[in-house]
Write a protein that binds this ligand. Structure first.
Ligand SMILES: [Zn+2]
Length: 606
């Protein structure tokens, strides 16, 4: 039974027999853009015999949770070469099948899209903003078939096309060598601003960068944005020593900043799609734009080419689970901030304060204290804009792999600087040479091997055992002190039952809103989010400030009896107050100028 099943599965995964000459041509038009609709026709040429099955995707490059793009597709029809209707069966919510057809036929559908971000589709009077998995129906078994896609822009609109799909002689028609590439090319149709510049890569080959921006922006602000982005991009190159060899020699920043946008940044192989809710891009907002660009462009190396084995090829029927997002996203998070400091957009103080926030979260979040970064990475399939209506226990079991990985990157960087006279840049360069540049994908064991090559086998083993496969941490004080910094606790000497916030419950009582998590004295005493606090040592609690006042005059180690109401059950618990925890990073006391050179090597321009 198992053998038979595996043979059937293996056959199902093979491309259809006559797929070699089959090609797919999409035509996208906008007869009702004011109602957020596009009309999409998919012509199958040299179609193989037998039933053909069409899917809307359930995953999208760079988005780690499963999404249901099929819900926004309707009026699905099939027509043969003479325009006669063919039968279309709906096999599942997002799966359609044409059982009987000739060598040429067409599938047609209406697409609705009114959500501008890096994952979905937004169509309106100002633009058509496509993330391909949200728009494109694909054909089972034909993912290697070459694709042509033509955008039919309404005559009254002044739209241009920004995409990393391959251009053709017709400015409205593009191609892709297959499904994987097509889906990795977000496309923006609008009257956008455009800047283009050329650089010479380390290998002597020219690379062209394009920045497109669909937004309201004054000319001088636009000029500043363009020159700032050039400076940032060049600083990023120095981490890896070279730019990636972009396909067709071009990389495109596709930016969209409008009041109705949802904030997002999504990396792709040769482009990034960045959306920002802004009425107008003013000079005060440039740092925010650069912040997203810094992170997303770093991905052109780290994740799009220096790539975990777990996330490619994309499985468009559900999200790919990964063990390595703490590197793919977390190290990118660390470098995104670091590069803003290195390029001079963030001050030294801002960068140190930001690292302090990361350290604080790492030292106080149950998801990082009790669960590994591998677990956090795996949980992305539920957490990365995943939609559900029931509650979860993420505040106790999940720490964002962005911040988890940023902390691990910072710790590893400091270890390498202090103990090996190397840096995380050296590690990234080594990973790039061994994996990213040569197109080999890595797993967690590979990451350890590369670290061992840069340090020692024993060190790499201990580091991975502690920080990656486990949750053990060594004393970080000497490492921060090496850079002239110290971890300080602003909560020192203050009594606390955890970082709890309150809200007013429907019955008017004070209820726990957030922060009752594992390790917090109030949680360990038995109270949870939503529980109402009626009394403290027998005194009635009328407002949250009664609690703050009470704790303000209490001392560490003091026992407090809490009268509570929880889902109709009334009772008391006794909580022992502990020292408050609110960590941050500060310079060591006294004159720290002797650390300037070391800090410059870390946080200064390279
Ligand atoms: Zn990212």
């Amino acid at each position: 039974m198992i053998r038979l099943l595996s043979i059937i599965t293996a056959l199902a995964a093979l491309p259809l027999a006559s797929g070699a000459q089959t090609s797919l041509a999409y035509k996208v038009s906008f007869p009702q853009y004011e109602h957020h609709e596009a009309q999409i026709q998919l012509s199958v040429r040299q179609a193989p015999d037998g039933p053909l099955t069409f899917h809307m995707s359930r995953s999208s490059p760079g988005r780690y949770a499963t999404h249901e793009f099929g819900k926004n597709v309707y009026n699905v029809k099939a027509l043969d070469a003479s325009g006669k209707a063919l039968e279309v069966r709906r096999l599942d919510g997002d799966i359609y099948q044409v059982r009987s057809h000739g060598t040429e036929f067409m599938l047609e559908y209406t697409l609705f899209g009114d959500y501008v971000d890096g994952t979905y589709v937004g169509i309106d009077r100002t633009h058509a903003h496509f993330n391909m998995p949200g728009a494109i129906m694909w054909v089972e078994g034909l993912d290697k078939a070459p694709v042509k896609i033509t955008f039919d822009i309404p005559k009254e609109l002044n739209w241009k096309i920004a995409t990393q799909l391959m251009p053709t002689a017709d400015p409205h028609t593009f191609t892709a060598p297959g499904l994987q590439y097509l889906m990795d090319c977000p496309t923006e149709l609008s009257d956008f601003h455009l800047a283009t510049w050329q650089v010479t890569n380390t290998d002597g080959n020219p690379l062209v960068f394009r920045l497109t921006l669909h937004a309201t922006i004054a000319d001088d602000v636009w000029d500043t944005l363009v020159s700032d982005l050039k400076r940032l991009v060049d600083q990023e190159r120095k981490v890896f020593g070279e730019f990636a060899s972009f396909d067709y020699g071009t990389y495109t920043f596709i930016l969209d900043a409008n009041a109705w946008d949802h904030g997002d940044g999504m990396e792709h192989r040769n482009s990034t799609c960045i959306t920002l809710p802004m009425k107008q891009v003013e000079s005060a907002q440039i740092p925010r734009v650069l912040d997203v660009c810094a992170h997303e462009f770093f991905h052109s190396w780290n994740v799009k080419r220096l790539r975990p084995k777990t996330i490619e090829p994309f499985n468009f029927t559900k999200s790919n689970m990964s063990n390595e997002l703490w590197v793919a996203e977390g190290f990118t998070q660390y470098y995104g901030n670091l590069l803003l400091a290195r390029a001079g957009f963030n001050s030294r103080q801002e960068e140190i304060a930001l690292l302090g926030h990361y350290v604080d979260a790492y030292m106080t979040s149950p998801g990082a204290l009790y669960f590994t970064p591998i677990w956090a990475s795996q949980t992305a399939i539920f957490s990365d804009a995943g939609v559900s209506i029931d509650k979860n226990n993420f505040s106790n079991i999940f720490f964002s792999y962005y911040y988890y990985g940023a902390n691990i990157a910072c710790i590893l960087d400091l270890h390498l600087r202090k103990d090996y006279h190397k840096s995380l840049d050296d590690y990234m360069k080594a990973l790039w040479a061994q994996y990213g540049k040569v197109g080999r994908w890595y797993d967690v064991a590979d990451l350890e091997t590369t670290l061992a090559g840069l340090t020692t086998k024993a060190y790499a083993h201990t580091f991975f055992a502690n920080y990656v496969y486990g949750t053990t941490r060594d004393n970080l004080d000497p490492y921060f002190a090496f850079e002239g910094l110290q971890v300080v606790n602003a909560g020192k000497g203050k009594a606390s039952w955890g970082r709890v916030t309150f809200k007013v419950a429907d019955d008017g009582h004070v209820a726990i809103d957030r922060g009752a998590v594992k390790g917090a004295p109030i949680y360990d005493a038995g109270l949870d989010i939503g529980d109402e606090i009626l009394t403290l040592d027998g005194k009635n609690v009328g407002s949250a400030s009664d609690i703050t006042d009470y704790l303000g005059s209490a001392s560490i180690g003091q026992k407090v009896t809490i009268g509570f109401l929880s889902r109709g059950v009334q009772g008391t618990v006794t909580v022992t107050l502990a020292e408050a925890q609110q960590y941050g990073l500060q310079p060591l006391s006294g004159d720290t100028s002797s650390y300037d050179a070391l800090q410059n090597a870390w946080l200064g321009p390279q």
